[in-house]
Ligand binder design. Structure first.
Ligand code: CP
Ligand code: NVA
Length: 314
């Protein structure tokens, strides 16, 4: 089945279900290839990727850099001080300059509009490596990890517990819709997804502040209570979120002995998740972190290497 190619990877909403599954299958293929042969074919030989960061990162930076290396290409890191995106130089000029030097731009920004502007002005693929609004690379990885751990996500249910209005929740909800997985957002009032936005997404999502929302789910997911850029709200958030901690009692409350637990990391252990759960048999935290590499290699292979998206259904 031939699937229309992507130009950028700015958000999951704009992908079709086929494109999303095509990326998942390509990620699996590349992961299997490396496991089988100890390396990937150098499909990105001679290609380079700019890694532009306005915020801190471990996983995103290293997995993109290693992903390029493993596919035969090259990546270079640009710190906030170096670029001054929108301050030292306009976003449009940065996009046009970088497009003449390299074959792709991965950017982590505060303002989501900056990602959109990079994509509008850049003549090479732009990948959203997290904005205040969304984190699509993470969500692609999360669904890949769930698929690997518990099989086809269709018909399964995930409970997102914590700040249901943040970038990770936003992307996860849209990604779940692509694979027909239901989401229950269990969040305190004031930190739930915007109802108008939810109506637009048209996903199978229920929103509640009641912790019983986790009953019967296949997977639990959480993220930090205070995201990067929200540090001034830390105290107010710490006053609201503690009941929404993923701890052994909450895992028990799912009533599912096989339930899997996910977290995009970095974790504030002892806040949104306890050590006992993060390091338990149910935890997918580290496979999930490692899968960033494989999921993003699929993006790179497709966007920079022209590898087509295909669905084999196996
Ligand atoms: N999950 C994630 O994006 O991690 P980093 O912030 O370390 O890149
Ligand atoms: N919601 C978190 C995710 C970090 C990967 C943040 O934006 O800080």
């Amino acid at each position: 089945m031939s699937i229309p190619a992507l130009t950028h990877f700015v958000d999951i909403q704009s992908l079709s279900k086929e494109q999303f599954w095509g990326l998942l299958e390509l990620a699996k293929e590349l992961k299997d290839e490396r496991r089988r042969l100890g390396q990937n074919a150098p499909i990105l030989a001679g290609k380079s990727l700019a890694l532009l960061f306005q915020k801190a990162s471990l996983r995103t930076r290293v997995s993109f850099e290693m992903g390029m290396v493993q596919l035969g290409g090259y990546a270079f890191f640009l710190s906030p001080q170096e670029i001054g995106l929108g301050k030292r130089e306009s976003v449009a000029d940065v996009a046009r300059v970088l497009s003449g030097y390299c074959d792709g731009i991965m950017a982590r920004v505060f303002d989501h509009a900056h990602i959109i502007e990079l994509a509008e002005w850049g003549s090479v693929p732009v990948i959203n490596g997290l904005s205040d609004y969304s984190h699509p690379c993470q969500a692609l990885t999360d669904i890949f990890t769930i698929w690997e751990a518990i099989g086809d996500p269709a018909g399964k249910t995930l409970a997102y517990v914590g700040d249901g209005s943040n970038n990770v929740a936003t992307s996860l909800i849209t990604a779940a819709e692509k694979v027909d997985m239901a989401v229950r957002v269990v969040s305190p009032p004031g930190y739930q997804p915007d109802p108008a936005w939810l109506a637009e997404v048209d996903a199978d999502v229920t929103v509640t502040d009641d912790l019983d929302g986790v009953a019967g789910v296949d997977a639990l997911y959480t993220d930090v209570w205070t995201s990067m850029g929200q540090e001034a709200e830390t105290e107010a958030r710490l006053a609201v979120f503690p009941p929404y901690q993923i701890n052994e009692a909450l895992v028990e409350r799912t009533g599912n002995a096989e339930v899997k637990v996910l977290h995009c990391l970095p974790a504030h252990r002892g806040e949104e998740i306890t050590d006992a759960v993060a390091d338990s048999e149910s935890s997918l935290l580290f496979p999930q972190a490692h899968n960033r590499l494989h999921a993003q290699k699929a993006l790179l292979a497709h966007l920079l290497g022209g590898i087509p998206l295909e669905i084999h259904g196996d």
